[in-house]
Design a protein around this ligand. Structure first.
Ligand code: ASP
Length: 340
């Protein structure tokens, strides 16, 4: 029997084509996918299509993530894999969020999109779409799915979703996973890196949809005024802060700075140290400038991306109400989002 893949279209550039009459870009109706791409019939996969409030991904919200997670959970038994078509701009945030919202996966959930609309001749969307579908339906010789986790496919590489970053607004090679190897590389054939792929879960997926919005990002820069740091660290309605620091997790050691951070921690906020570098890891005990943050009660984000840190903070604050419980969840990787 052919594997069955559910294609969920959420919007973005991939869903556009040029209107023959007017020459402008208009949304493409994915329910007509076989008419548009008859060659898809040659893929050994049955494709069902579902459209979810198609939006430019700048307008994606956690409510959309909830809908997406529910659709996948509800149809989990009917399909062998899932492909989510998403705008590229915030795809790493959504894909990271889904990796926390759908745990214990034993089937693939593959995000993809494109830099050029699918209806434009030179599109990168056709290859991204076809290969993502193929990966979502791919099985190992024993019949188990090749990639039973949330992933992101773009330009010949499959990545762990919560390790990705959109790195280019121009190039077709738009995504990277700087701190974790690709789960698969695609050339003439698809080479799966089984050592890097998460083991399949047991039984039904665990779905979690109560993401908290009490999260902020504070990005440091030299000369940051004291008043703006203090305002951001003490703003009301925020329980978790992603602090984007320099290099290996460093920040100013001046007393006003560490004092403001300590005050925020003492006031109950959880602060996670994430580096502004794309590549490499936070280690707060190399320099005095990192140690000062550790002493102030800031948690180490290791090599987590900002996208995954935001998604994880939303998940952790929604899942756990006790401060200690939240800290415990942030200290360890939940679904491969960082390496200690
Ligand atoms: N602005 C678009 C979006 O993220 C860009 C894209 O899809 O590539 O929805």
């Amino acid at each position: 029997m052919k594997p069955s893949v559910l294609l969920i279209y959420t919007g973005g550039t991939i869903g556009m084509k040029t209107d023959a009459a007017t020459g402008v870009l208009v949304p493409f109706d994915f329910s007509g996918i076989y008419e548009e791409f008859p060659s898809l019939r040659r893929l050994n996969v049955d494709i069902d299509v579902l459209t979810l409030r198609p939006v430019d991904s700048s307008n994606i919200t956690p409510d959309d993530w909830t809908r997406l997670a529910r659709i996948i959970a509800e149809r989990y038994d009917r399909h062998d894999g899932f492909v989510v078509l998403h705008g590229t701009d915030t795809m790493s945030y959504s894909a990271s969020a889904l990796s926390f919202m759908l745990q214990n996966l034993s089937k693939p959930v593959v995000f993809t999109g494109s830099q050029i609309p699918i209806g434009v001749l030179r599109t990168d969307g056709r290859e991204n779409l076809i290969t993502a579908i193929e990966i979502a339906g791919a099985k190992r010789p024993d019949g188990s799915p090749e990639v039973p986790e949330t992933s992101l496919y773009f330009q010949n590489r499959l990545f762990r979703a919560n390790r990705t970053t959109k790195r280019s607004a121009e190039e077709l090679n738009a995504f990277r996973s700087y701190n974790y190897p690709p789960l698969a590389e695609v050339g003439v054939s698809i080479a799966y890196n089984r050592a890097a792929i998460a083991p399949a879960g047991n039984g039904a997926p665990e779905i979690f949809t109560d993401m908290s919005d009490r999260v902020a990002i504070v990005k440091l820069f030299p000369g940051m005024p004291r008043r703006s740091l203090t305002t951001m660290l003490t703003q009301p309605g925020i329980d978790g802060i992603i602090l984007e620091t320099y290099g290996a997790g460093n920040a100013p050691t001046e007393e006003w700075f560490t004092g403001a951070v300590r005050d925020a921690v003492d006031a109950g906020r959880i602060i996670l140290n994430v580096t502004q570098c794309l590549d490499g890891c936070v280690s707060m005990n190399i320099y005095e400038t990192g140690l000062a943050l550790q002493r102030a009660g800031v948690l180490c984000g290791y090599d987590i991306t900002t996208e995954a840190a935001v998604a994880k903070m939303m998940y952790v604050l929604g899942r756990e109400s006790s401060r200690q419980g939240r800290i415990e969840l942030l200290k360890r990787p939940i679904c491969g989002e960082f390496t200690i």
